[in-house]
Design a protein around this ligand. Structure first.
Ligand SMILES: [Fe+2]
Length: 408
């Protein structure tokens, strides 16, 4: 039987598979590293060079391996005299194979079979193509507006998500309390203001929420904080509206952003807490802008009783939230990875936990965490990861259902 054209000889299949597994593991290790770098409060300039370095290594690693040993890396190592280079090379090759053949597939399968937490009582999504509704693509004037034209880019297709959450410590008087959760607006010219205006107006279809929570990355340029009052000011709420800032806000005059949010009627928490009575029960709302704004919130003098709601830009503050008895934490920052491959899912997630908390609802008692994919990003690119605004309904019981419009 003759070998089909293009098919490698049988003797090459093993080394070729080994080389591909090495590259896959090499990329997985670099992605692991890059995600952790981006979770830390380093300067944009440093992170830019770190990103370029990692991108270089993605290509340079396999190129160097090929130059050293060709396709059959293990055979090339065996032909190498024993020494430091041999030991280091063999160790890195084995680590890459483990990462590419076992750890990455294992984690991916684990995520695929993961069931939603039982505290998520219902989850409904309505997707609206804002371009179609507006009659034009709201690409605006941002530096990366050309990216919005990429085929398959979902940057203008917004998921309006309704999630009902069961919280065991929710006061019975709050059963049916609603929160509109908005995150990661990244005002920078793209998408343009028509996009955000349309989305915020459509949020009113849900009625007025009891609470509004904005979890950071409001702007991404030195000019577009001017959008805050006219756009964020379109949002409505009944009882209270709170916001915190994110890592991108830190780069663009955060005090001015806080003033603009305040003018829009939003209470800007920073790393502080506020307390108020809601239907006769105490509510403590806590902001956590760390690690980018420090020091983090101190709760030494915060009364221990009452329901604790935390707005944190990054979900990485979940361990802090659990230690401090937070009942519900709302976060953004990770954008769901923005690009999600079939089966594998998100790749680049700027979190020290990698893609563990990329988006969605996570129940890690005593804290229930919701991570929004956000509405935008520095680069207007979204593949299989649509922008999101979320309407949360809090329930004290197991009964699901949307109690929108309920008054406090
Ligand atoms: Fe963001």
């Amino acid at each position: 039987m003759t070998r089909p054209i293009g098919m490698p000889e049988a003797s090459l299949i093993g080394p070729l598979a080994g080389f591909v597994a090495f590259w896959l593991g090499h990329v997985a290790i670099l992605t692991f590293s890059l995600n952790r770098w981006y979770a830390r409060p380093y300067s944009r300039l440093l992170l830019r060079w770190v990103r370029r370095g990692h991108a270089f290594l993605v290509v340079a690693g396999p190129a160097a391996a090929w130059w050293f040993g060709g396709l059959d890396l293990w055979a090339a190592l065996e032909a190498t005299p024993n020494g430091a280079a041999y030991v280091l090379g063999a160790m890195y090759l084995i680590v890459c194979w483990l990462a590419g053949l076992m750890i990455l597939p294992g984690l991916t399968i684990g995520r695929l079979v993961q069931r939603p937490p039982s505290a998520l009582l219902s989850n409904h999504t309505r997707t609206i193509d804002v371009s179609a509704e507006l009659g034009f693509a709201p690409s605006g004037s941002g530096a990366y507006r050309w990216l919005t034209r990429l085929p398959g880019n979902d940057v203008f297709r917004v998921d309006f998500c309704e999630r009902t959450l069961r919280l065991p410590r929710l006061p019975a008087a709050w059963d049916g309390l609603t929160i509109l959760h908005v995150s990661d607006l990244h005002f920078a010219g793209t998408p343009d203001r028509h996009f955000f205006g349309y989305v915020f107006d459509r949020c009113r279809d849900w009625g007025e929420p009891d609470l509004l929570a904005i979890t950071g990355d409001i702007v991404d340029s030195d000019q577009h904080d001017r959008w805050i009052v006219p756009l964020v000011g379109r949002l409505r709420w009944r009882v209270g509206a709170w916001a915190i800032l994110g890592n991108h806000d830190r780069e663009h005059d955060p005090q001015r952003i806080r003033r603009r949010l305040h003018r829009a009627g939003i209470s800007v928490l920073g790393n502080r807490w506020e307390r108020r009575l809601l239907r006769g029960e105490p509510l403590t709302v806590i902001g956590h802008e760390g690690p980018w704004f420090t020091p983090g919130p101190r709760l030494d003098d915060c009364p221990a009783d009452g329901f604790r709601l935390c707005l944190s830009h990054t979900p990485d503050n979940l361990p802090w939230a659990r230690r401090h008895g937070i009942d519900l934490m709302l976060a953004g920052h990770n954008h769901g990875g923005q690009i999600r491959l079939p089966v594998i899912g998100a790749i680049f997630v700027p979190s020290r936990y990698g893609r563990r908390y990329d988006c969605g609802t996570f129940d890690e008692p005593p804290t229930l965490l919701h991570v929004s994919r956000g509405l935008s990003g520095q680069q207007p690119v979204r593949f299989r990861c649509r922008p999101e605004v979320t309407w949360l309904v809090l329930r004290a019981t197991r009964q699901a259902g949307n109690l929108e419009g309920r008054s406090v």
